[in-house]
Design a protein around this ligand. Structure first.
Ligand SMILES: Cc1cc2nc3c(=O)[nH]c(=O)nc-3n(C[C@H](O)[C@H](O)[C@H](O)COP(=O)(O)OP(=O)(O)OC[C@H]3O[C@@H](n4cnc5c(N)ncnc54)[C@H](O)[C@@H]3O)c2cc1C
Ligand SMILES: CC(C)=CCC/C(C)=C/CC/C(C)=C/CSC[C@H](N)C(=O)O
Length: 526
């Protein structure tokens, strides 16, 4: 790390960089003084004073993307900048819970992968704790019968898998592992403060043309080319895509791999609810939460106290029946840009900021406390039915994508066993709301049913282009990342990236943006 590249950073990140450089320079006070002396004698690069931080930053959306961006923006720009976070609904966005008989259950984003390091770090740094996600036995139903059923004996499972599908399950696991390994490179890039101006450049930096190719091609095309059989794709891969993204194997290969990684062991969630991460990030970033809906953004010229005319963005927003406006140096949009989800108008930009018509898949989460009618899936009675999740194949006659039993956000449940009574809460994913008749088909009887409808994930249709991260000079968009894959960790990566990008562009650190061959360059860095 060159002296000039960290000299301008806020106290926080400078000390982090120094921590990383370990014994070489940072530990020694002598080194620090030497560094300062050198800076004084060389002056700042270009002879210019470091630029003062922005006065005001707006973030639209208090989901995990917006709140993680607030957290990292505070780290980068320091304490003098005012950060306003606008939220028209609940803090957490698609991380949300529903309450049943006094217990809360995740109704949106629920599971976190053990290698999702940003989420892991948030939980640790924000004083939260993790609970293990239920990991019981899974079966696959094709509308007539269970075509695959896991066994509680590891060895039997292996034999079953090999008997049905040869070594394809193992090959699939290796394929996903390789993609995840490369994905982990982003943490190294971000810890060294590197940013990307487009999602495509970010993906390319992780594994070159092949990695970007995953995003540009459908999962089915990639897996067929790799020689996976129709039977394996229909009975194992499709059901996993249906439970996770409510879609078929026509999604892109990258999101397909992200989805497959949910079959890894060790999935977890935040005790008390995943949305707690968002409220804690807001608190830790000392942001002001404004409960209101942003309606428009327009660039304006204002004369600040310094007397200089400055370009700022005016955000017009509504709180209740009142309309207000405020001015910002930097704006981050942390919500999908489309009429149904955010309805933000960009006024008088030249060239105009394109409207994204990204279609988000409707999905319904229904939570039901009741006694499952196991005979829908098998001739066995519930007391002999040991599956905790039933996935489904792509059969148009089926009205659910999946059904599985869940624990409340307070419980850790490593080895759940369905009981032949009404005490379990089951989570069902379906494309449309379930009718009473459909619920009564699935349950012998039930006490409670609560549903939550979502526009859940982008409808994936490769090849497609990710929307720009830079919408205008100091106006950034985070949710283009979801076009690669939608997951909490992806939004956290997007939040960090947008914060770094905004910081570097504000300070003219062009060498920290879109660096090629980063993996090679950072190989020897600690
Ligand atoms: C049912 C379901 C299950 C899921 N399961 C998982 C899972 O198990 N694991 C996982 O990793 N991911 C999961 N996901 C995906 C994950 O939840 C999302 O990718 C992630 O939460 C998106 O976060 P975000 O901050 O980018 O967007 P959001 O959470 O959508 O946040 C955007 C926020 O902006 C607000 N907003 C919109 N417009 C405006 C406006 N004009 N003014 C002010 N505020 C505005 C919205 O109200 C919202 O709160 C799931 C999603 C769903 C729906
Ligand atoms: C970003 C990386 C590398 C990994 C993230 C893996 C992950 C946790 C993806 C989430 C996929 C997703 C949208 C799942 C939705 S359903 C989840 C669960 N089956 C449930 O029952 O709620």
């Amino acid at each position: 790390m060159r002296a000039d590249s960290w000299a301008f950073q806020s106290d926080n990140s400078a000390s982090r960089v120094m921590e990383r450089t370990g014994g070489r320079l940072a530990c020694s006070t002598v080194g620090l003084w030497l560094g300062l002396l050198l800076l004084c004698s060389w002056g700042f690069p270009g002879g210019a004073e470091p630029r003062a931080p922005p006065e005001n930053i707006a973030i639209i959306g208090a989901g995990i993307g917006g709140t993680s961006a607030a957290y990292y923006l505070r780290q980068k720009f320091g304490n003098d900048v005012k950060i306003d976070v606008f939220e028209k609904g609940e803090v957490g966005g698609r991380l949300a819970t529903v309450t049943m008989q006094g217990q809360e259950y995740e109704s949106g984003g629920s599971v976190i992968h053990p290698l999702n390091l940003h989420m892991k770090r948030f939980v640790k740094d924000l004083g939260l704790s993790a609970v293990q996600s239920p990991s019981g036995l899974v079966g696959v139903y094709n509308g007539e019968t269970l075509v695959y059923e896991e066994s509680s004996w590891f060895i039997i499972n292996m034999i079953k898998l090999i008997w049905h599908y040869g070594f394809q399950s193992l090959r699939m696991h290796m394929w996903v592992e390789d993609i995840l390994d490369k994905f982990m490179r982003i943490y190294r890039y971000q810890s060294h403060d590197y940013a990307f101006s487009s999602v495509e450049k970010l993906l390319h930096s992780l594994g070159g043309d092949d990695y970007l190719g995953l995003f540009n091609r459908s999962l089915i095309e990639t897996l067929q080319k790799a020689g996976f059989s129709e039977k394996f794709l229909d009975e194992i891969i499709t059901p996993v895509m249906r439970v996770n993204y409510g879609q078929t194997m026509n999604i892109n290969g990258f999101v397909g791999a992200v989805s497959m990684s949910c079959t890894d062991p060790g999935l977890w969630a935040v005790k008390g609810g995943n949305k707690l991460v968002c409220s804690r990030l807001l608190q830790a970033s000392k942001s002001n939460l404004i409960s209101g809906s942003v309606m428009s953004i327009e660039e304006k010229t204002r004369t600040k106290q310094t007397g200089n005319p400055t370009k700022v963005y005016e955000a017009v927003y509504q709180t209740g029946s009142e309309t207000h406006s405020a001015f910002y140096d930097i704006v981050l949009v942390a919500t999908p840009l489309n009429r149904k989800m955010s309805n933000i108008t960009f006024l008088n930009f030249d060239p105009p900021i394109e409207e994204f018509h990204q279609y988000y898949e409707p999905l319904v989460t229904t939570l039901i406390k009741g006694q499952l009618n196991s005979t829908v899936f098998t001739s066995r009675a519930l007391d002999e039915f040991d599956l905790s999740t039933v996935l489904t194949t792509d059969n148009p006659d089926l009205f659910i994508n999946s059904i599985g039993f869940v624990s409340s956000v307070e419980e850790s449940n490593n080895n759940p066993q369905p009981k032949a009574d009404r005490s379990h809460v089951w989570k069902i994913f379906s494309a449309e709301p379930l009718t009473k008749e459909q619920i009564l088909k699935l349950f012998v009887s039930y006490d409670y049913a609560v549903k939550r409808s979502w526009l859940a994930y982008p409808h994936y249709m490769p090849p497609e282009k990710c929307p720009s991260i830079i919408l205008h000079d100091r106006l950034y968009y985070l949710n283009g990342m979801e076009v690669a894959a939608s997951a909490m960790e992806m939004s956290a990566v997007a939040g960090y990236n947008a914060a770094l990008l905004a910081y570097h562009r504000w300070n003219g650190h062009t060498h920290m943006i879109d660096q090629e061959d980063l993996y090679e360059k950072l190989k020897t860095e600690l």
